[in-house]
Design a protein. Structure first.
Length: 451
């Protein structure tokens, strides 16, 4: 049977099992109290689990085969849906939020800029930027890890996208994104957020931040269009028409630049934050890694050419994203009714695919709660089902910048460990924020000491 038409043939009306929760709020009180507690209550119910949350029925897919069905085999029946609508406030019709023919056209236009041959040319600019930034760090002190990693990856994102190191631009964009992220985090605390047109303090603050960001993006695009020379940064590549796909219109270009700026720095920064957290609890692993890195670099700064040799650093970054994937879930909405795992999926159902839980499944990962970077061998990766580990999503809508994220994450982490010893100053991670990215509720402080 053609899987594309699978939703038209129903064999069951059996509903997925799951916790019942409290009247009206369902399991929302657990979700907002502790994200980890919430997701860990799901597996006993099986591989398709229905959870009531604040008036919504959320259907969780907890097996790689079911996820593959939603994201690939019958993807035409599962669209981004209503829970992505609010993110259009930042992304507009960028790759993260667009659907259908618009998404296909944009993906086709942007794909050449993210081919490995282009992405790998950014390795050296990334390494140079990181080395310069870390040179300005004190030889000893305390840092807010998440804040510092956000600053580092934003500087890199601006350099890769625009070829700019302008301090004022970095400051404006960083402040705007921080305030907009806080807006979305607070909005995620309710499944019925207030309309953006209401003049609340939060809405006005969001609009002010958006306007500041848009001003920087628009100015840089206009300056570039008026320049006589061709630049080799991402903006330069997006302004080209290398393969006859047509140059983007200004509005669409701004949407894509905003998408790349946020997706290109926040998620990588979060992966680095959790990698630093795990390493800070293992001083012996740090020492071994630092020695390996110095052997590769000859004792000097990490360079782009060293990327492929930094296998132990890549293992750490992958394992950090396994336990704490920066994008902890993705969602879809069913267009027509369907059947998955023997359960009825009604039209308009909210489908949740939780990487945060899938990456801890004992069926695929030995000691799933333990930080074990050495598990990431080529043989192990080959043995995994397709959707057992997917920090960058999967299917046709897999993150277009996944290669860039790995390149950046490994080079930043390698230079950080080469230069500094990381020491914990608190016993456990702050609680996770119930938001679209896996941010922390409170700052994660850490001591750094120059080697």
């Amino acid at each position: 049977m053609d899987m594309k038409y699978r939703s038209a043939v129903m064999t069951t009306k059996k509903h997925p099992p799951g916790p019942k929760g409290l009247p009206f709020i369902g399991m929302a009180h657990v979700f907002f109290r502790d994200v980890m507690e919430y997701i860990k209550m799901l597996p006993p119910y099986g591989d398709v689990v229905q959870v009531p949350v604040a008036g919504h029925k959320m259907i969780y897919m907890l097996h790689p085969d079911h996820i593959q069905y939603v994201l690939i085999k019958n993807r035409d029946n599962f669209v981004k849906g209503k829970f992505f609508e609010r993110t259009k406030l930042i992304f507009g019709d960028g790759l993260v939020t667009s659907e259908g023919e618009l998404w296909k056209a944009q993906r086709k236009k942007m794909a050449p800029a993210f081919q490995h041959r282009h992405v790998d040319t950014f390795a050296e600019p990334i390494a140079e930027t990181v080395s310069t930034l870390f040179e300005s760090y004190p030889s000893e002190g305390h840092i807010s890890v998440e804040s510092e990693m956000m600053a580092v990856t934003l500087e890199i994102a601006l350099q890769i996208l625009f070829g700019t190191h302008a301090g004022q631009d970095v400051e404006v964009v960083g402040r705007a994104f921080s305030q907009m992220s806080e807006f979305f985090a607070s909005a995620s605390e309710t499944f019925l957020p207030l309309p953006i047109w209401l003049p609340t303090p939060a809405n006005r603050g969001f609009q002010r931040s958006f306007n500041e960001l848009e001003g920087v993006v628009t100015r840089i695009i206009e300056e570039r269009k008026g320049a006589s020379e061709q630049r080799s940064d991402l903006l330069g590549l997006l302004l080209q028409d290398e393969e006859g796909h047509g140059v983007m219109e200004d509005l669409q270009l701004r949407d894509e630049i905003r998408t790349l700026l946020l997706a290109g720095h926040e998620t990588t920064a979060l992966g680095l934050t959790y990698a630093a957290w795990f390493l800070s609890g293992e001083p012996e692993r740090q020492e071994k890694m630092a020695a390996e890195i110095n052997a590769i670099t000859g004792g000097g700064p990490v360079r782009g050419e060293h990327f492929e040799a930094l296998t132990s650093v890549e293992q750490v970054f992958k394992e950090a994203m396994r336990l704490y994937p920066p994008a902890p879930i993705t969602m879809r909405e069913s267009v027509n009714e369907d059947e998955i795992g023997g359960y009825h999926i009604p039209a308009g159902a909210n489908i949740v695919i939780p990487m945060l839980l899938m990456h801890r499944d004992p069926r695929w990962f030995d000691e799933p709660e333990v930080f074990k970077p050495e598990r990431w061998t080529p043989a192990f990766e080959k043995s995994l089902p397709r959707f057992a580990y997917f920090p960058f999503g999967g299917g046709p809508r897999v993150c277009i910048g996944s290669r860039m994220a790995m390149l950046e994450g490994v080079l930043v982490l390698a230079e950080l460990i080469r230069r500094f010893q990381l020491t914990r100053t608190q016993d456990k991670l702050p609680k996770l924020m119930p938001s679209i990215t896996l941010r922390l509720m409170k700052p994660l402080m850490m001591q750094i000491t120059a080697r």
